[in-house]
Structures are given as C-alpha cells and as structure tokens.
Design a protein around this ligand. Structure first.
Ligand SMILES: [Ca+2]
Ligand SMILES: [Ca+2]
Length: 539
C-alpha cells in the first residue's frame, strides 16, 4: 500500500515530468496545444539545424536510406516530441529519463554529428541538467518523504474516516513541527468542505503534494495563515492562532472566564507583532518581513514555555496588562478612544504639547481610528511601544518623522529647537535650571555623531545607541531630567541584562506598580514614574 501511495505523488516526482507522457496526453486532448508546441519547436535553434541538415542530407541523396532505418526513425519520432517544449519553460529532465532535451542535445552536438542529425538524436544522452526551478519549491529528498509517509500511516491507523480536530493536534506538532496552536488553522485549511475530519489522503495532498513538507517553517506558517488570494498577511489572519493559543495555553487559562480580555489580549499581541515585524508599516506583512523578524522563534517559545510571561516577545500577558491599563487610565470616559488632552497626561505629563500635536497630526503613523482627533487602542499600542522602547528601529523612525517638520528626511537645528523650546519653558516653570539650546545641540551632535554636523539623518539616528535619549531631550521632560541626573551606576545596571529591552524593563516595572495598586497598597512613593525616581536617585 505504501508503495502504491508513494507512486501517486505525481506532482512531486521529477520522474513524472517525462515529456513523452505529458505530450501524448496533450496531443490527444487538445490538438491546438500540439500545433502551438510544434510551431515553438520549429523555432528552436536545434530544430533549425536538424531541418537544415535533413535538407542537406536529402540533397546528398541520403534521405531514403535514413527513412528505411526503422529503429532510428522511431527514435526520432519518440524524441522529437519532448523537444517540442520551448527551452525557457521546459523542466529539465529527470536523471533516469532517456529522452533528449534541446539543451542536452545542443551540448553534445559536434560539427561532425551535425551532418548526421538522425544519429545525433538516437545517441544515448548522458549529460543531465539538474532541475533547478520548482514551482512550489524544491521537493524533499525521497528518504525524507518516505519517513514522513511512514509517520503519517502510523497516525492514521484505525481512522479510515479521518481525524477530527481534537485528534489532529499531534499531527500539527509532531508531524508538521508547527506550534501546536496552529492545529485548528491547519485543520481548516485542509478540511475545505467542512466535513469535520481530515483523511490521510487529504493530509498528504495538502502537506506532501502541496510541497509544504519541503518548505521552511516561516513559509509554512505564512502559507497556513494567508488568504489564498493575497500575497501578504493582515492582522486578522493571526486571529485563529491567537484564539487557539488562548484556549490551550496553560498560562492563559485564567482568562477563559473573561472573554472580553481574551479578545483584548489577542488584539494587543497582533498589534505588537505588526509594530515590530511589518516594517513597511502598510499593514501587509510579507513573507520577507516574516522571515526577517523574530516572530517564528517567539511562537515556538510560547508553545514550549508554560509561563507565558517569560515570553517577552509579543506574548507576555504582563506586557498586555500594562499596555491595556495605561490605555484605560488615559481613557477616562472609557469610550475606547483617547484625545490630545488624554495623551498629554501620559507618563505623569511627561510629553510636550508640540509632540502630542505631531502624533495627532498622524505624521509618524496614520491612525486606524476613524474618529476625528482621537486615537483608538491600536493607535495607542503603536504609541506606547514607540515611547517606551526608543532603542528599537520602528520607534526611531516614528519619532524621526515627528521631529522632521518639513518632511525632507533630515533633522535641522531649527526643527529640534522648535521642540526643545517647550521643554525649556517647562523647566523654567518648574524652577529647574534650564539648559540652553546651544549646549543641548552640542550634546545632541556628540551623542549621535552625524555624518554631516549641520543636520541629522535617519541613518545617523539608527547608527547611535543614544538616539532614544536625544528624543527624550526634545520632548519628554521626565525622561530628559532622569537621563541628565541619573546615577551612572543605575544606568550600568540596566545594561547588565542586554536581553531585556528598554520596553521589557518598563513593562516589568509598571506591572509591579499596577499589580501592587490593585492589591490596595499605597504605592505613591514607589511609583514607577521616572520623574519621581530621578528625584530620589542618590547623587
Ligand atoms: Ca475616551
Ligand atoms: Ca527636516
């Protein structure tokens, strides 16, 4: 049975590309195709040579002799059909095929053999050009395929009617090596007719004949999540796997009694994924972007790790909790939108009006909110990630666009002055010793080290580890003062765990603060707010 089934894997086996079979079918079923192929064959350089030499031979009186030789004629008839295919679209022949192709013939043609074309085509062709183009990617090696089919047979024993969804998980994880929370998504991809079961044959058809077996994990995941008519992933494409993660991950079990938070958690994770992964920012996550980012690793990690909060990339529940609570705090009327006046309160009034105006002008990123002058939850997730993780590239791009008032791709001293003026004014109001712009500009140039001292490019900004601090100087007063006065020891401490990002440290600190608040303890003196921290810093 195995052998029979393996033999049916027609689309994968280069052997099955034997042109004689293909062409005879084509010839019978559609004479138009034959004509088309014949005219293409006539235009091939080898055909021209063949025809020319036939004419030459005829002139020399050799034609009758050639036609009498039946085996040679048969060989000609048999071999001429394959060469009907134009060289550009012909899949090179499999190693065991005896049929010739225009390219292999061309290589073997010597000046002497040209004079006797019938002899040329009847010669056994030994040179093989390995197949290098595969529509669905390179097929897996035979031994891999065999081992795989053996495994599948074991799983499907006793399940003639196929496996149901709840029985399918081990296929997803152990056979396909996908994260287990892809099980339902994969199942539905195969069970297109909603039969409620996936048979062995359907599974092989999708995974083996569809060549999923030979793809890398990122491509497999992309293929499963993607809508067939698109060439990218949208946020909604991730919802099925998030739903399954929520219903199966032990670290999220406690959320099952509050479906509204399940939904918020899923949304937040997906927004975070798009913030970091969809670098073009157009809401269309391409396979290339998926391969470049760290999402696949994070998915494997969350599948193995029972403590979801240890998965800092995208999936941490604590991170979701912090983002959601921050939004809730600002959204005082709880209509799920926040306006300028709400956002100005962010981080204990840390931002300037000017930068908040730039955010609401949607220059750094267009809001998905359709309500004039208000950002929705998704817009806020982008904002808070940009604000609290200024070491990340998406954040640097976000703030660069804010400061670049004329949008010409460079930051000039005047543009920086426009934002710093408000900081200066606020420092004066707070009886802080103001730092003059001239001094600040020197400091900024020192920190970023731009190629040209007259202006700062995005490339300069990305090339410096201190760029986040430069942005804080320009529009976040609390972080600016914290940076100026902080004990170098504390900064060193932060750097001791390089696997923790600025965002991770922020979220950790805030989660502790928020959870203690929830416990009813008075945390006013131990607030995570950096402004207060900086006042208490020992210096
Ligand atoms: Ca509101
Ligand atoms: Ca500019």
């Amino acid at each position: 049975m195995d052998v029979k089934e393996t033999g049916e894997l027609v689309s994968l086996d280069p052997e099955m590309l034997q042109l004689q079979e293909v062409s005879s079918f084509a010839l019978k079923s559609n004479p138009g195709v034959a004509e088309e192929l014949f005219s293409q064959w006539l235009s091939l350089p080898d055909t021209c040579r063949l025809v020319k030499s036939l004419i030459d031979d005829a002139k020399a009186g050799a034609l009758s002799c050639a036609l009498e030789s039946s085996p040679t004629t048969n060989a000609l008839a048999g071999n001429s059909v394959p060469s009907l295919f134009p060289a550009g679209t012909t899949p090179p022949l499999s190693p065991r095929s005896s049929a010739g192709s225009p390219r292999t013939m061309k290589q073997r043609n010597s000046p002497s053999s040209l004079s006797s074309p019938l002899k040329v085509v009847s010669e056994p062709v030994r040179e093989i050009i390995p197949q290098f183009y595969f529509k669905n990617g390179r097929p897996p090696p035979d031994d891999m395929k065999e081992h795989f089919l053996f495994q599948i047979d074991n799983r499907f024993v006793g399940h003639v009617d196929g496996l149901q969804l709840h029985e399918f998980k081990s296929i997803t994880k152990e056979i396909c090596k996908l994260p287990s929370f892809f099980s339902a998504a994969l199942f539905r991809k195969i069970d297109v007719n909603y039969a409620g079961a996936v048979t062995r044959e359907q599974f092989i058809d999708y995974w083996v004949r569809g060549n999923m077996l030979a793809m890398d994990l990122a491509t497999q995941i992309y293929t499963i999540l993607k809508q067939p008519y698109r060439t990218y992933l949208v946020q909604d494409d991730f919802k099925p796997v998030l739903r399954e993660l929520l219903s199966t991950h032990p670290g999220l079990e406690f959320l099952q009694s509050t479906p509204e938070f399940q939904e918020r958690y899923a949304e937040t994770v997906i927004h975070r994924i798009f913030y970091y992964m969809n670098r073009s920012g157009n809401g269309r996550l391409t396979l290339r972007e998926l391969k470049r980012g760290n999402l696949i690793d994070a998915m494997l990690h969350v599948d193995e790790e029972e403590d979801i909060n240890k998965v800092l990339r995208y999936f941490s529940y604590e991170h979701f909790y912090v983002i959601y609570c921050k939004f809730w705090e600002l959204d005082t009327d709880h209509d799920f939108f926040i306006d300028r006046e709400n956002l100005i309160k962010y981080g204990n009034h840390s931002l300037t009006y000017r930068i908040v105006d730039r955010i609401f002008s949607q220059v750094p990123r267009k809001f998905t909110s359709k309500v004039e002058g208000k950002m929705n939850y998704e817009d806020f997730v982008y904002f808070i990630l940009a604000e609290e993780d200024k070491s990340s590239e998406p954040s640097l791009e976000y703030w660069f666009r804010c400061i670049d008032l004329d949008g010409n791709g460079v930051l000039t001293p005047n543009e920086m002055l426009f934002f710093y003026e408000e900081q200066l004014h606020r420092m004066e109001c707070m009886a802080q010793e103001p730092v003059l712009f001239e001094d600040i500009l020197c400091q900024i140039v020192d920190m970023i080290g731009p190629e040209n001292e007259g202006f700062i490019t995005l490339r300069d900004v990305k090339g410096s580890k201190l760029s986040g601090n430069v942005f804080n100087i320009l529009f976040n007063l609390n972080k600016f003062i914290a940076f100026e006065t902080r004990d170098p020891f504390l900064i060193r401490q932060e750097r001791e765990d390089p696997s923790m990002t600025e965002w991770d440290r922020f979220a950790h600190r805030e989660y502790i603060r928020l959870s203690m608040e929830e416990d009813g303890e008075d945390m006013s003196n131990a607030s995570g707010d950096v402004w207060e921290e900086s006042l208490e810093a020992p210096f």
